[in-house]
Design a protein around this ligand. Structure first.
Ligand code: HEC
Ligand code: HEC
Length: 395
């Protein structure tokens, strides 16, 4: 892969900052650095990953025919590379009367690309008969390696699809087949928990977001593009993500390394007010889905060996009345995976479609499975509410 000069320069500035961060044993206060305690080899991998995550691709390297961005970092850059952002993607499909949904075609496509190679008109159109158009906000990948290292059993143990404990909350795990291993796994990444591993998510994103096919996703996702358009806008043979002759690594390997070794966002501050807010958060039932901490399984790498993961999510699918009408992987049209709340203070807008400007707006949208918790929020005194919001702002 070629590295344009500007990106290389930007990457270098980040790297200098990261080297400073990597020497400390604590999670860096500013997001964007690696997990504390990397070996020098891991740090080198992280840097290579950061480079590729930031690299701007061109049509000659396989970008397109249609795409949503020219680098991962285009959408994942707030407040640092690896974060979220304000660019929303578009999906479309059909809602049937019976509450079920249908994709755009038999292949199951729902993604509508926003951009295309400009030289020949290859811009896909949204079919005029769709009755669902959904938006999706980027999800930060800070701490993603810790989330990946949570065992399937840990997530499955939190499931209660039949609501046996009658608390109104009936989360279920998203069982999917991981394309990287062919194994049946518990999905955890994406608003629909559509992928279980960072290698698979990165490979899917490379193809979906940038139109760069790879070993795991060798065919273009090109809804609305004819064979003739494909020939003129994307003449590069698939898969387009080739091994770098020097490093023997593919782009998807580098994305995986960067995301795996990226530290989570550290808590801002914990004081009497945020602690009181956290107690309220648990008392009114927010924590039944936004589970304060899970743990990684045992592993040979100390970075991921039985580590606490304070993400504030159960990683399960729930219907809280905000579903986007798109069926995807194991998720129904009405279901969304509980988002992690770590790093919440850096994330705006909120909700899967970016439709909530404030935390209060996001909370007030909670219905269905979250009806009881939201009512609990409605009933809070002004003082309790302030504490709860102070707690959320500390994440
Ligand atoms: C056009 C914007 C855009 C680009 C470019 C982009 N992403 Fe994303 N990313 C998103 C959106 C939107 C989501 C949420 C998607 C969903 O679940 O539907 C997301 C979600 C993710 C997640 C899931 C994180 C989690 O914890 O659930 C990962 C991992 C990810 N992206 C990695 C990548 C990688 C790697 C690249 C580059 C190959 C990339 N993204 C390029 C917009 C983008
Ligand atoms: C039944 C499970 C459930 C309960 C209970 C619940 N939430 Fe959520 N929460 C979710 C889901 C699912 C979403 C994502 C909805 C979407 O994006 O459409 C969400 C989104 C959020 C968001 C926005 C996060 C983001 O990244 O956009 C905040 C903030 C939040 N919840 C706070 C709370 C608070 C505070 C409570 C308690 C009053 C609560 N939640 C109770 C499942 C739950």
């Amino acid at each position: 892969m070629r590295r344009p000069l500007l990106v290389a320069l930007g990457g270098w500035i980040c790297i200098v900052a990261l080297q400073v961060a990597a020497r400390t044993e604590d999670i860096p206060a500013l997001p964007g650095g690696p997990l504390p305690g990397l070996t020098p080899a891991e740090f080198a991998e992280f840097r290579l990953g950061l480079d590729d995550f930031t690299e701007v691709e061109t049509a000659e390297e396989g970008l397109g025919p249609a795409f949503n961005g020219t680098s991962c970092a285009v959408c994942h850059d707030v407040p640092a590379i690896g974060g979220g952002g304000v660019i929303l993607e578009v999906r479309a499909g059909y809602r049937n009367g019976a509450g079920s949904a249908r994709a755009l075609n038999a292949a199951g496509d729902t993604l509508i690309h926003m951009l295309s190679i400009p030289s020949h008109s290859c811009q896909p159109l949204i079919p005029d008969d769709v009755n669902v158009i959904a938006r999706r906000a980027p999800i930060p990948v800070f701490g993603a390696g810790l989330v990946e290292a949570i065992l399937d059993e840990t997530i499955l143990a939190l499931e209660d699809p039949e609501d046996r404990n009658r608390d109104g909350v009936s989360g279920r795990a998203a069982l999917i087949v991981d394309v990287a291993t062919g194994e049946r796994r518990v999905g955890r990444f994406g608003w629909k928990a559509q992928q279980a591993t960072l290698l698979a998510f990165g490979a899917d994103a490379y193809r979906n977001e940038m139109g760069i096919t790879n070993d795991l996703f060798p065919n273009e996702s090109a809804f609305g593009i004819s064979a003739a358009q494909m020939r003129s806008c994307d003449p590069i043979p698939d898969p387009e993500d080739r091994r770098d002759p020097a490093t023997r690594r593919r782009g998807i390997d580098n994305f995986e390394s960067f995301m795996k070794l990226l530290a989570p966002v550290a808590r801002a501050r914990v004081d009497a007010t945020t602690l009181a807010g956290e107690r309220t958060f648990a008392a009114i039932g927010c924590a039944s889905c936004h589970v304060p901490a899970l743990a990684t399984g045992p592993g040979r790498n100390p970075l991921f060996d039985r580590r606490p993961v304070p993400l504030f999510s159960d990683l399960l699918l729930h219907d809280i009345g905000t579903g986007d009408g798109i069926e995807q992987a194991a998720a129904a049209a009405s279901e969304i995976r509980t988002p992690a709340l770590w790093g919440l203070r850096f994330r705006r807008p909120l909700l899967h479609d970016g439709s909530a400007a404030t935390m209060i707006e996001a909370i007030l949208r909670h219905r269905e499975e979250a009806e009881t918790a939201r009512r609990g929020f409605d009933r809070l005194s002004q003082a309790d509410r302030e504490e709860l919001l102070a707690f959320l702002r500390s994440l």
